[in-house]
Design a protein around this ligand. Structure first.
Ligand code: NDP
Length: 502
């Protein structure tokens, strides 16, 4: 059964958005807008219409070398790392203020670039981006080493202490699902630690990163501290990862590309943070308010069109309430029917690209061929734009690709369980371990499941909640390291131990 047809007319862009779309395709290097060395361009589409709305520069190897050289010069002369931390904090907070002051414009750019509803970008992406910067700014002046007493050496003969120093030049490669939020999540800890950086947004969603560069200049960052280059992953991204003058790579995206990056960064032994894919379970125990839990399970998968690394894409409901939960999710699915991103009524937009649409539809078809039954959705309702209706599949088994692989679309697979150990085992039966949601009113059940689930984050009676102050990252093949919180700065710091003979 598919959702009712809707009108797919993307409202007109504002004057500010049109101005951003008309900008010259350039790269932000060394504090200036510069032309790419070879002039190649990348098309940028509005996923709500499938039309090309802008073109950005496709950075060449030469451009990447130039950006890394700018970041290296800015790091080596200490114009950022040796600046008083209070001043660094002040500049970072100015950037957070500027993001908030331009929220409306940035939210619109995110909507027409990624396809997410503008209202959602206003509520989640832009405040989230500002809060990442604001939170990490506070750490700039609070990082320090330790003075542990030596253990095996005679007391009083030797004095030892540690220093925390910035890692150096960072390459930061971000995906298209939360473009500005991910960019700010990456740059914030690097800046707080005193590093300099080159940021590469995804080829599909460069618009807010380019606008971010304007705001970086306005906030007063010294030239070369933040460099922003548009380009392709296999070329520009790859050059950054292998570059001998880059000390650290931070990447968010698919597990496959994460593995490639790990291998390519190994030759120069770069420090690495990887935030990768997921196939997160949502577990609904029999004691819940079924209506509330069903609503929660629906938003766990349909939020951001399911293009979320922690999307609740595997729903496990206790056998005694399975049918009611399924009915509940199907009942709220029409509220998530996709609409153009600038439509004020949109709760879910299109997928980011034609490639992503084909991928998601391919999974739905593969699921059906393997014997899954369609509870709701399963179709792409128009020829323009990249829309997929909210989809629920039942009668699945753990071997099916729809159960095992990250679909990254509004598609959830529903399965029954009988007891706690069985559902914990099923939840962990994946190469991923990013997040998990548990719905129960029983505290003992909640704590037991929290202990059994192998995932970086467990949500109780909610899903996909994140906060700049709390660490985020994955177990298993969902990543290496943590972002956000105090732990989020660690990967941007080296520890130097000093011994002084007294
Ligand atoms: P990718 O993992 O390919 O892209 C993420 C970023 O990595 C982009 O900036 C991309 O560049 C860049 N990149 C790609 N290849 C390389 C490389 N060899 N070296 C350095 N950088 C590289 O995601 P896709 O866009 O291809 O999406 C495919 C699937 O990945 C999705 O369907 C989803 O399952 C998963 N994904 C997971 C995300 C998450 O948050 N966990 C986020 C996005 C995708 P560019 O795209 O600009 O060419």
């Amino acid at each position: 059964m598919s959702q009712a047809a809707i009108a797919y007319t993307q409202p007109a862009y504002s004057a500010a958005a049109q101005q951003a779309l008309a900008r010259k395709p350039q790269l932000f290097i060394g504090g200036e807008w510069v032309d790419s060395s070879h002039g190649a361009l990348i098309d940028v589409e509005d996923p709500s219409t499938g039309k090309v709305i802008a073109r950005t520069a496709d950075a060449s190897d030469k451009d990447i070398d130039r950006a890394v050289a700018a970041a290296r010069a800015a790091f080596d002369d200490g114009r950022w790392s040796a600046m008083p931390p209070m001043e660094r904090e002040r500049i970072m907070i100015r950037l957070a203020d500027l993001l908030e002051a331009h929220a409306e414009e940035l939210a619109e750019l995110e909507a027409i670039d990624n396809g997410k509803p503008k209202g959602m970008a206003m509520a989640v992406d832009i405040p989230g981006a500002a809060s990442e910067i604001r939170y990490m700014a506070g750490w700039a002046g609070k990082l320090g080493g330790e003075t542990p007493s030596p253990y095996a050496l005679p007391q009083g003969a030797m004095f030892g202490y540690t220093l925390r120093e910035p890692v150096g030049v960072c390459a930061q490669i971000v995906p298209w699902n939360f473009p500005l939020l991910m960019a700010c999540q990456k740059i914030a800890p690097a800046l707080a630690a005193g590093c300099t950086l080159v940021l590469k947004p995804a080829e599909q969603t460069p618009l807010t990163a380019l606008r971010l560069a304007d705001l970086v200049a306005q906030a007063g960052f010294p030239a070369g501290v933040i460099n922003i280059v548009t380009g392709l992953g296999e070329t520009a991204g790859d050059r950054l990862v292998r570059h001998p003058d880059v000390d650290k790579v931070a990447f968010t995206g698919s597990t496959d590309v994460g593995k490639t990056i790990s291998r390519n960064a190994a030759d120069t032994m770069k420090r690495l943070t990887l935030e990768l894919g997921g196939k997160s379970p949502v577990i609904v125990m029999p004691d819940v308010d079924v209506k509330e839990a069903s609503k929660g399970a629906a938003s766990a998968i349909f939020f951001n069109s399911g293009q979320v690394c922690v999307a609740g894409s595997r729903l496990y409901a206790h056998r005694s309430i399975f049918d009611s939960v399924l009915e509940g999710v199907a009942a709220v699915a029409p509220r998530w029917a996709p609409r153009p991103s600038l439509d004020p009524a949109a709760q879910m937009g299109p997928l980011v690209s034609g490639e992503q649409l084909d991928r998601v539809m391919g999974y739905i078809e593969a699921g059906k061929r393997a014997g899954a039954s369609l509870v709701t959705g399963g179709d792409s309702p128009t020829s323009d734009g990249y829309y997929v209706n909210p989809t629920v599949l039942a009668d699945v088994n753990p071997q099916m690709s729809v159960v095992r692989e990250e679909i990254f679309g509004p598609v959830v697979v529903a399965q029954r369980f009988d007891d706690l150990d069985e559902v914990a085992k099923a939840a962990n039966d994946t190469c991923y371990g990013l997040g998990a949601g548990v719905w129960t009113r029983d505290l003992a059940t909640m704590h037991k499941l929290v202990g059994k689930i192998k995932a970086g984050t467990v949500w109780g009676n909610c899903h996909a909640v994140v906060d700049a102050a709390l660490p985020f990252g994955g177990y298993k093949q969902s990543g290496i390291g943590r972002e956000q919180g105090r732990q989020g700065i660690e990967p941007y710091l080296e520890t130097k131990t000093v011994f002084l003979k007294l």
